[in-house]
Design a protein around this ligand. Structure first.
Ligand code: HEC
Ligand code: HEC
Ligand code: HEC
Ligand code: HEC
Ligand code: HEC
Ligand code: HEC
Ligand code: HEC
Length: 402
């Protein structure tokens, strides 16, 4: 009898444990039970997954493990001098990387890289302090292959207090939740109305993943797992059924600048939604309005005659949403020519470049590279601001340089 009870207890515990372990293996998405997570898409959409997982979208934010961090930590280029006595050094300590501030050779502050933003042209990083993230004062730039001030940061003195708000994550990640607290409530100062967003570390979904663009897809995945013979998509929004405006809005959500008046969180956007329900635009789109080449591809493109007159151009005309922008400039020329057959340039233009060469270089002249007005940076020991250069999406006729 006693043995039977012990056996029963053992079986009970064993069952309890196996249940626990299967539960903990099951993927739980911080966004809730409607989400399946990108990994679950691989089994049926291998091609899309392999492309997208290598894209800048997937790397728009990432944990700051050494493999994800750009820039030099050991040799020549790892020091930023503020003045002769004050320097910031990028240092590897164990498995972690730090920006360490030294004054007269003595360590004053050290902050650990926790989350990285970006990979293509530049990468900035943040550290955690009291439930919030703060930008590290020095970032990495590919154009100079070196460290320089984070955008807007001073080059003559270190600054560690720029809080990175939820807004940045809303364009650079797939989720992060926050709660708003009264900053001084702990001090019982109820007169103060200062509020602060406390973000929740555990709820980050790094990068821009499948479901950030396609919407929650758990039901879709489960349906197709149960019904392998069904070959038409179930329980998912198809971009093919969306209007041009809806397709554009799905990209403009993050590629149309950040100066609209916010009505709803970007995280609530699903494909098919109207952007006008999320933002009230404060700046008119007339063709003389100036938009920055950084972060505002949509409004620049919307000022082009190609966009206005063709009535069909959208982002997918030139970009595969699962891949980075092609670096092959001739591949864009083919797309231009699909609408501009029989094109003739005048003799003056043809003198600067023969027709054959011109045919592969449409974007060099009509979408030239421009310096961002919003982002500039400063190198160590330099008094000058360096430019951050991107290609404009305002397709047009530009004065010929050379
Ligand atoms: C068990 C298989 C299965 C899984 C898992 C699955 N899908 Fe699908 N999905 C399909 C099938 C089948 C179709 C329809 C045929 C096609 O377009 O490939 C489809 C189509 C789609 C489409 C195109 C819709 C259209 O009509 O344009 C999207 C987008 C999509 N899936 C996204 C996802 C995402 C995101 C995930 C992961 C969260 C996912 N799928 C997981 C089977 C699956
Ligand atoms: C949730 C915000 C978000 C959405 C939605 C979004 N993007 Fe992006 N996109 C970004 C961010 C952030 C980057 C920069 C990522 C980086 O370099 O780290 C980016 C980068 C890109 C790039 C450059 C990638 C490279 O390395 O060449 C292209 C092209 C692009 N997006 C096109 C699109 C298109 C097309 C859509 C719509 C189908 C879209 N994006 C939707 C945020 C978004
Ligand atoms: C930046 C936004 C974005 C991301 C991230 C993204 N997709 Fe897509 N996806 C799109 C758009 C836009 C289309 C429609 C393309 C078209 O109609 O040409 C699409 C189309 C598809 C299709 C339909 C097949 C096709 O090519 O028309 C499938 C399947 C799909 N995506 C799966 C995925 C999976 C799986 C992931 C993650 C590994 C993913 N997508 C990530 C924007 C995105
Ligand atoms: C409105 C959406 C949006 C917001 C808000 C936003 N970004 Fe971005 N960010 C983008 C897009 C889109 C790109 C890539 C294309 C470009 O530069 O135009 C980008 C590029 C970057 C890059 C360079 C990435 C690369 O691979 O070259 C960094 C670093 C970056 N952002 C950091 C931040 C930080 C930090 C914040 C908050 C202070 C922020 N972003 C806020 C949309 C946004
Ligand atoms: C979807 C079709 C379409 C595509 C793709 C397209 N265009 Fe256009 N583009 C047009 C139309 C339509 C006009 C207006 C013609 C008119 O006014 O009669 C135009 C006008 C122009 C103009 C004159 C602009 C001005 O301000 O006077 C230039 C230059 C131009 N396109 C270059 C390009 C280049 C370069 C590409 C590729 C990067 C391209 N287009 C892709 C449809 C397109
Ligand atoms: C007419 C073709 C065309 C259209 C339409 C187009 N792009 Fe691009 N896009 C380009 C070219 C060309 C580049 C530059 C590639 C390079 O220089 O390596 C580019 C680069 C980018 C980049 C990377 C910026 C950089 O300099 O690295 C982003 C982000 C981007 N596009 C987003 C978008 C979004 C969002 C839309 C829709 C609003 C869009 N594009 C529509 C042609 C186009
Ligand atoms: C060397 C620079 C250069 C290159 C490369 C170039 N263009 Fe142009 N393009 C110009 C200039 C300058 C003008 C205005 C004077 C003219 O018409 O020659 C122009 C005019 C145009 C116009 C307006 C014509 C009109 O009648 O209004 C279109 C459309 C156009 N280009 C498309 C293209 C396309 C498509 C390509 C690639 C096949 C291309 N361009 C390559 C410099 C260039």
């Amino acid at each position: 009898m006693k043995n039977a009870t012990i056996l029963f207890v053992f079986i009970f515990i064993a069952v309890l444990f196996t249940n626990c372990s299967t539960k903990s293996e099951e993927y739980i998405d911080p966004r809730g039970t409607d989400y399946a997570g990108s990994e679950s898409c691989i089994q049926c959409h291998k091609a899309e997954y392999e492309m997208a997982s290598k894209s800048s979208h997937f790397k728009a934010t990432a944990p700051a493990i050494p493999e994800n961090i750009l820039g030099d930590f050991d040799s020549r280029n790892h020091t930023f001098m503020y003045d002769k006595d004050t320097k910031l050094v990028m240092e590897k300590r164990g498995d972690s990387l730090y920006q360490v501030l030294y004054k007269n050779g003595k360590e004053v502050q050290a902050h650990r890289f926790e989350i990285v933003f970006g990979a293509k042209h530049a990468q900035t990083s943040v550290y955690w302090k009291e439930g919030n993230t703060y930008e590290l004062p020095v970032s990495f730039y590919h154009s100079i292959n070196n460290w320089a001030t984070s955008p807007g940061f001073p080059a003559d003195k270190p600054y560690f207090d720029r809080m990175i708000m939820k807004d940045c994550y809303a364009c650079h990640s797939s989720n992060i939740s926050s709660r708003t607290v009264n900053q001084n409530s702990t001090e019982r100062n109820f007169m103060s109305m200062e509020v602060e967003d406390i973000i929740n570390k555990k709820t980050i979904v790094y990068g821009i993943d499948c479901e950030r663009c396609h919407g929650p897809a758990k039901q879709h995945a489960e349906f197709h797992l149960k019904n392998p013979n069904v070959k038409t998509a179930n329980s998912i929004t198809s971009f093919k059924t969306l209007s041009r405006e809806q397709r554009l809005d799905a990209c403009a959500l993050c590629h149309a600048g950040n100066d609209g008046m916010k009505l709803k969180s970007r995280f609530d956007f699903k494909p098919g939604d109207k952007l006008s329900e999320f933002f009230r635009e404060t700046k008119s789109i007339n063709d003389t309005a100036k938009f920055d080449v950084h972060g505002n591809q949509f409004r620049l493109m919307a000022q082009s005659k190609c966009f206005i007159k063709s009535e069909k151009m959208d982002c997918i005309t030139c970009h595969n949403p699962h891949e980075n922008a092609s670096k092959n400039m001739a591949s864009y020329s083919k797309i231009c020519m699909s609408c501009h057959q029989g094109l003739k340039h005048n003799d003056t233009t043809l003198k600067t470049m023969p027709e054959k060469l011109l045919a592969d270089n449409c974007v060099e002249c009509h979408m030239p590279k421009k310096a961002s007005g919003a982002i500039k940076f400063q190198l160590s020991n330099s008094k000058q601001l360096s430019n951050y250069i991107l290609r404009t999406h305002k397709i047009g006729i530009y004065p010929m340089t050379k």
